[in-house]
Design a protein around this ligand. Structure first.
Ligand SMILES: [Zn+2]
Length: 136
């Protein structure tokens, strides 16, 4: 028996979910998350704070500015991402203190240092609203 790769669709949309406002805001070119009035900024966005249980978290817009916290060069990927290979995947630490994972565009792996300044760029990917990091 030959093992066949699964053709999983690339899906960013979660209609009806508690984080739907994130995708709606992204479509409006805004990178947002939730902020618990007691604990602070939450990432990923959540309607209920996992620390204190508060359910009054508000949506806030993030500046999208930060620095490379960790990076890796991706040379093998699931079928949905094959056309992007090779690519850089990074954890960025945003100025608001949260860690966000995204693909890095317009950069060479060897030119990115830990601490290199980056920003979130909102764009379409596979026809869906998405975001990447770009160096600044
Ligand atoms: Zn809280």
């Amino acid at each position: 028996m030959t093992e066949q790769p699964m053709d999983l669709p690339y899906c960013l949309d979660y209609p009806g979910s508690q984080i739907k406002p994130f995708w709606d805001n992204l479509a409006q070119n805004k990178f947002t998350t939730t902020k618990c009035p007691k604990c602070g900024v939450l990432w990923p966005p959540k309607s209920t704070c996992p620390q204190c249980g508060d359910k009054t978290a508000e949506w806030i817009e993030l500046k999208g500015m930060g620095e490379i916290y960790a990076k890796t060069h991706v040379g093998a990927a699931p079928p949905a991402f094959k056309e992007m290979l090779p690519y850089i995947l990074a954890v960025g630490k945003l100025d608001e203190g949260i860690l966000v994972v995204a693909r890095v565009e317009n950069a060479k792996y060897e030119d990115l240092e830990i601490g290199s300044p980056i920003k979130i760029e909102i764009k379409k990917s596979f026809g869906l609203d998405s975001y990447v990091f770009v160096p600044i």
